[in-house]
Design a protein around this ligand. Structure first.
Ligand SMILES: Cc1ncc(COP(=O)(O)O)c(C=O)c1O
Length: 399
């Protein structure tokens, strides 16, 4: 047996229960092609194309100069926890205390730790489709069972209480809601969100609200379900600074959850990552407490791009596109290009789009649907124009 075969055979079973993040795979495939000198237009990355605002960068430089470069408490500094609670209170009218806050190495880390802290083998977790790729893998890794609930493309993929109610039972531990949604840009109707809260809290089921894109809304005001009376008991907020402040590489996310869950997550974190980077934590304090104008500037830019992208996609014969009402993704239905020219799935479509048209997008299969692709419009208008033209030509040729 070769060294490689032996290593393959020795990988632990729990790793086989998860798959490589499809968005990361698209990024690495695109990177390979680019390294060969190919001019790739990249709509794969779910990452703002804006630089981190200057005031945040300066706070990090100050942290280094003042030697704030050592370990901090595993669950984050008291200063940052306080800043998170204050920002959430200012934005949404909530009343979290630092003891109900945990700082993690990005929102993804917080969600991973939350699942590890809460899910016992066989516990059911309700996940609306289309879903962010990571949810199902972190639930599987924790030994939970994903219960998928379909949403309706004609209603912008938003979830209603009636859609999830039949899936709730004695084994349901958690319902996940992500509004605005990655990948669809769908935004929960506030009344429906409240109904879902009432359904879950009445049954003692946790409701995790992933607020990663909560500031990027095009026609409604930012809102947190955690602001409802009595929400603190069963609502679990997973937040991130990555998109709001264009800080993806700094790796800062947070959880606002009951104190015993903070303690459980901190225990796990203390044996895995320890603290998030001390310098990033100082930068995050500035992001949360400093001027907030950059968020509105990014939102205005995303709105223009959203309008442009939706118009261009709808101009491709046979392509349908629900209007994204938040985040920075479009999720067009490209079923017209399937079943022809050897393209049977959106996975194959995306491979061909990359190989032949040199555009990177993520296949709908990654998010639980089979006729869509995800286009991240966190890219310049010039890139959007070039890439959408390539997609248009490719689909016309292949449908
Ligand atoms: C829906 C959603 N939640 C959470 C995250 C986590 O982001 P991060 O780990 O960068 O904070 C992402 C990132 O793409 C996301 O799309």
């Amino acid at each position: 047996m070769t060294v490689t075969q032996t290593a393959v055979n020795s990988i632990a079973d729990r790793i086989s229960s998860i798959s490589v993040s499809s968005t990361m795979k698209v990024a690495s495939d695109a990177e390979k092609l680019r390294a060969e000198g190919v001019d790739v237009v990249d709509f794969g990355a779910g990452e703002p194309d804006f630089p981190t605002p200057d005031n945040i960068k300066r706070a990090a430089i100050r942290a280094i100069e003042q030697n704030f470069t050592k370990y901090t408490p595993a669950g984050g500094t008291a200063e940052l926890k306080q800043a998170v609670c204050e920002r959430h209170a200012l934005d949404f009218g909530t009343s979290y205390k630092p003891s109900e806050c945990l700082i993690g190495v990005g929102g993804k880390h917080v969600i991973f730790n939350l699942m590890q802290a809460l899910i016992n083998p066989g516990d059911e977790v309700v996940i609306p489709v289309p879903y962010w790729v990571t949810y199902k893998d972190v639930v599987n890794y924790a030994g939970g069972k994903c219960v998928f609930v379909n949403t309706d493309e004609d209603r912008g993929f938003t979830l209603t209480a009636a859609m999830i109610e039949p899936s709730l039972n004695a084994r349901t531990r958690l319902v996940i809601v992500n509004s605005p949604s990655n990948p669809s840009g769908g935004v929960m109707d506030r009344g429906e969100f409240e109904k879902i809260f009432r359904l879950t809290s009445a049954r003692g089921i946790y409701l995790m609200t992933d607020e990663c894109y909560c500031k990027f809304l095009y026609d409604s005001e930012p809102f947190s379900i955690a602001s409802l009376a009595g929400a603190k008991e069963t609502v679990l907020v997973a937040g991130s600074l990555s998109k709001t402040y264009s800080m993806t590489g700094w790796r800062i996310g947070f959880g606002l959850v009951p104190a015993p869950i903070v303690n459980a997550m901190t225990k796990l974190q203390s044996h895995s990552t320890s603290n998030p980077a001390s310098i990033s934590q100082k930068a995050a304090v500035e992001a949360l407490r400093g001027p907030q104008e950059s968020v509105g500037i990014m939102l205005a830019e995303y709105r223009q791009r959203r309008d442009f992208v939706v118009k261009r996609l709808r101009a491709i014969p046979g392509v349908m596109c629900a209007e994204p009402r938040g985040a920075f993704y479009a999720y067009p239905n490209v079923g017209v290009a399937l079943g022809k020219n050897g393209i049977e799935s959106t996975l194959q479509l995306c491979d061909r789009l990359l190989a032949d048209a040199h555009v990177a997008v993520v296949p709908g299969e990654a998010f639980g649907t089979d006729r869509h692709i995800r286009i991240s419009y966190a890219a310049s208008m010039h890139e959007l124009d070039r890439g959408l033209e390539r997609i248009h030509q490719f689909i016309v040729k292949n449908s």
